[in-house]
Design a protein around this ligand. Structure first.
Ligand SMILES: Cc1cc2nc3c(=O)[nH]c(=O)nc-3n(C[C@H](O)[C@H](O)[C@H](O)COP(=O)(O)OP(=O)(O)OC[C@H]3O[C@@H](n4cnc5c(N)ncnc54)[C@H](O)[C@@H]3O)c2cc1C
Length: 319
């Protein structure tokens, strides 16, 4: 019996959230007395294995010849092959688009219970009970899983990255996969722009920014901080910002290290998309705005005046 964890790479590198996932899986394997097996798909840069090892990886099923970007249905077949091989008691995935696409497929095939968006370590192992957000983050649910195989998708920033010794042993993983029904024939990358879902820092604007014309300073702040930009739903509905920047219940769900909310009231539907952020900073002119209840740091004031001051202060600090 083992703990199987799928660690994703982007352009051959493991992102910070994947090291969080690795640390988490390691902890689960220790607590439940199981071996840990890591699944990797696509080509990974040589030096990355040492990083994974330093976070607890030992046996790695290395699907280096499998395409990293494949149809989720085919991806699921690769995961099924890994499950058949190692017979895990736990399957651990990120609570991102890939995890959300794969976990239900595994659940259906193996009749396995899922805790999607599990927050940190389980409350108990026997019986297995995990905690997750419910009602758009307004409540917490304690979910009991009775099946032998337990599928967990880890909410970002819910477990501390921990270094621990490992000794990576790469094992070729070459399952026979069906031909994908869909194929990406062209992917146009947004050059120079950080992907919102992967950004460590996100600077986000709400209706308090007043109009599309006021976004220059916000973008300047984001650029100075190496951050991605985001917005609330009314902002994208108004056409002030593109829809792919909209975060929240009906938009993207993100978990950056730092989320800066500028002129955002902090409605529950907005918080549903950002409450996994490690640190939330808010600027709002209304001291009663709900965003302050969710924020770690808050400034009561006018965004138009404060953003330029933040840019200056940040640039000074950096020097
Ligand atoms: C089913 C459903 C799904 C939804 N999904 C989402 C979602 O995914 N994402 C989302 O964001 N919303 C979503 N909403 C909308 C949500 O309920 C809120 O209406 C929305 O988040 C409010 O956006 P806002 O904070 O930008 O605007 P507002 O609520 O208008 O708040 C603007 C804030 O800016 C402050 N402000 C004004 N001027 C200044 C200034 N000069 N300086 C500083 N502060 C200032 C105000 O005090 C206020 O707090 C959803 C709603 C429903 C019903």
């Amino acid at each position: 019996m083992s703990v199987l964890v799928y660690i994703e790479n982007r352009d051959g590198q493991f992102k910070k959230n994947q090291l969080e996932l690795m640390s988490y899986a390691k902890k689960i394997s220790e607590a439940s007395n199981q071996d840990i097996v890591t699944l990797s798909i696509g080509n990974v840069k040589e030096e990355e294995w040492a990083r994974l090892s330093a976070h607890g990886a030992t046996r790695v099923l290395n699907g280096e010849n499998l395409p990293n970007q494949i149809d989720n249905e085919v991806f699921a077949q690769a995961l099924f092959a890994a499950i058949e091989l190692v017979q895990p008691k736990y399957l651990i995935l990120s609570d991102n688009n890939t995890g959300k696409a794969l976990a239900p497929r595994v659940s259906v095939k193996y009749r396995a219970g899922i805790v999607s968006g599990i927050l940190g370590l389980p409350i108990s192992y026997e019986p297995f009970i995990g905690k997750k957000r419910a009602y758009s983050g307004k409540a917490f649910a304690h979910v009991k899983v009775n099946s032998d195989l337990k599928v967990l998708t880890l909410s970002p920033n819910s477990f501390e990255i921990k270094e621990s010794s490992g000794n990576v042993q790469l094992e070729a993983f070459e399952p026979t996969l069906p031909t994908p029904k869909t194929k990406v024939v062209q992917a146009d990358k947004q050059t120079g722009k950080l992907l919102l879902s992967e950004a460590d820092i996100v600077v986000s604007g709400g209706r308090g920014m007043k109009s599309a014309d006021n976004w220059g300073p916000l973008e300047e702040l984001a650029e100075a901080m190496g951050a991605a930009t985001a917005c609330s739903r009314p902002v994208s509905d108004e056409g002030w910002r593109p829809h792919h920047e909209h975060v929240g219940q009906t938009g993207k769900i993100i978990g950056p290290t730092l989320y800066i909310a500028l002129g955002i009231s902090g409605a529950i539907q907005h918080l549903a998309g950002v409450s996994s952020s490690k640190v939330i900073v808010a600027i709002n002119k209304d001291p009663e705005a709900p965003i302050f209840a969710a924020a770690d740091y808050g400034i009561v004031g006018d965004v138009q005046k404060l953003i330029p001051q933040l840019i200056v202060a940040y640039k000074e600090l950096k020097q």
